[in-house]
Design a protein around this ligand. Structure first.
Ligand SMILES: Nc1ncnc2c1ncn2[C@@H]1O[C@H](COP(=O)(O)OP(=O)(O)O)[C@@H](O)[C@H]1O
Ligand SMILES: [Mg+2]
Length: 441
């Protein structure tokens, strides 16, 4: 009966000027965990639907899978109040999000709704959640450096405009504070911060204390704390990236900071497992590993004449385990990684960047010969010192045995001091290089 109706309507559409499509509502038949099963809707994977809750309230959900005539839906909000047979109304078109200069200084959720209590956001522009992909051959190569305001990074791990880096660390080692410092100090035109799956308290702390008014003024924050639905957390990560793309397409140099990529992967795992995808690596289903590059590939340089998105994704290395599957997968798709060391943090050495374990893969292409060789020299001396630290500490090393170790020992206090930077200090690239030269002489 319904298929007959569809074919009659499509026949009519072919003769009428503006085609009309029937909206076929379905209904909820079952809810398992957070997944809703619905029958009767004509929808495709990734489509959005509105589900009736009660008292005139609807919630948005997304089609995440189907079997035979059953459609699986994931909600963006809590599903409390949905009853058997609740109406499911397919939504037409791509979910449009507000974007524009009006977003500056604002904090929004994964649906683009304000969270900061500063009133509604009225923007002239909107963007769809699904952006067009850039032809990899048309992307501008990474040729210029981006000043991030942190001397250890500016000098030893130079970041290129359009580079995508991972910030690998366990919890409480200083990721959020480093991201906040970069937001305040970078020369990028705008910073887009995605806070994905953090605790609510951390979100508040990041915005109020770490960013402060100065940092917030030049950024847009998309926040989806851990108690948001998995779909909402994914949306927030996508929205963060879409907002960054919007500014890039206007020719801006954007700094995108996503905290954390691991929580994004976990949200994807939650959804994939709940629709029955089998887990593969350490509980992560295969789709997670294809979602990561899909998200990360959106950042980077635009086509000729466009701007750039330089991105930092934090990756949690639980128990400081660098072999975590998400850490492994991200290391392979990112253009560099900065590792924060718990040992340095415990020594009170901040930012706790482990310069031996960190690498910027594009650095050799974007800095001068002199800069590169200076940076290599610091790394060599630092490594030399670390390798022989035990000997030096117990006094088993006698001066004059190895000139390399002698030099490392002599310069180590300066190098250590050079690598540290306090919260309120900003170092431009020139200032960072000057400080480096000073430490080495
Ligand atoms: N640059 C810094 N200077 C001084 N203390 C710092 C610095 N970075 C981090 N810390 C200390 O480490 C703690 C945890 O930092 P945070 O950025 O919240 O960690 P993470 O985001 O990795 O969990 C902070 O509360 C602070 O005490
Ligand atoms: Mg944090």
């Amino acid at each position: 009966m319904t298929s007959e109706l569809v074919s009659r309507i499509s026949k009519l559409n072919s003769i009428s000027e503006s085609p009309v499509f029937p909206v076929m509502e379905g209904k909820v038949t079952r809810i398992v965990g957070l997944t809703m099963e619905a029958v009767g809707c004509h929808v495709a994977l990734g489509d959005r639907c509105s589900v009736y809750v009660k008292e005139g309230k609807w919630i948005e959900s997304e089609v995440v899978g189907f079997t035979d005539n059953l459609t699986y839906l994931m909600p963006t909000e809590t599903i409390d109040g949905i009853s058997p047979g609740a109406r499911v109304k397919p939504l037409t078109g791509d979910g449009m999000m507000p974007v524009g200069p009006e977003l500056l200084g604002r904090v929004v959720n994964g649906l683009g709704k304000p969270l900061d209590g500063k009133g509604p956001i009225k923007t002239k522009d909107t963007i769809g959640l699904q952006g067009g992909l850039i032809n990899p051959l048309k992307r501008q190569p990474i040729t210029e450096t981006l000043d991030v305001g942190i001397k250890a990074i500016n000098s030893l791990l130079s970041v290129g405009k359009g580079q995508r880096l991972g910030l690998f660390a366990g919890s409480g080692v200083g990721k959020s504070i480093l991201l906040g410092m970069m937001t305040r100090f970078t020369e990028a035109d705008i910073t887009i911060v995605g806070l994905i799956g953090e605790r609510g308290r951390e979100v508040k702390e990041f915005i109020e204390q770490i960013l402060g008014t100065e940092g917030l003024e030049r950024s847009v924050v998309v926040a989806s704390p851990a108690d948001d639905s998995a779909l909402m957390r994914l949306r927030a990560a996508t929205l963060t990236t879409r907002i960054a793309e919007y500014y890039r397409d206007q020719g801006k140099n954007v700094l995108l900071l996503m905290d954390s990529l691991t929580r994004y992967a976990q949200a994807q795992r939650e959804i994939a497992l709940s629709v029955g995808e089998p887990p593969a690596t350490k509980g992560y289903p295969p789709s997670v590993f294809s979602k990561l590059p899909q998200l990360i590939e959106r950042a980077g340089n635009g086509e000729q004449g466009g701007g750039s998105i330089t991105a930092f994704y934090t990756v949690l290395t639980e128990g400081d385990d660098q072999q975590d599957p998400i850490a492994d997968a991200s290391r392979a798709i990112l253009d560099g990684h900065i590792v924060l060391s718990r040992q340095l943090a415990e020594e009170g050495h901040y930012p706790a960047i482990d310069i031996e374990a960190s690498i910027s893969r594009v650095m050799p292409h974007i800095v001068s010969e002199a800069h590169l060789s200076g940076a290599l020299r610091v790394k060599q001396l630092y490594s030399k010192y670390q390798q022989n630290q035990d000997l030096i500490a117990v006094g088993a090393y006698s001066k004059g045995t190895d000139s390399e170790i002698d030099q490392a020992m002599e310069l180590m206090p300066e190098i250590k001091a050079f690598l540290q930077q306090s919260l309120q200090e900003k170092f431009t690239i020139e200032e960072s290089l000057e400080a480096l030269v000073k430490a080495m002489t």
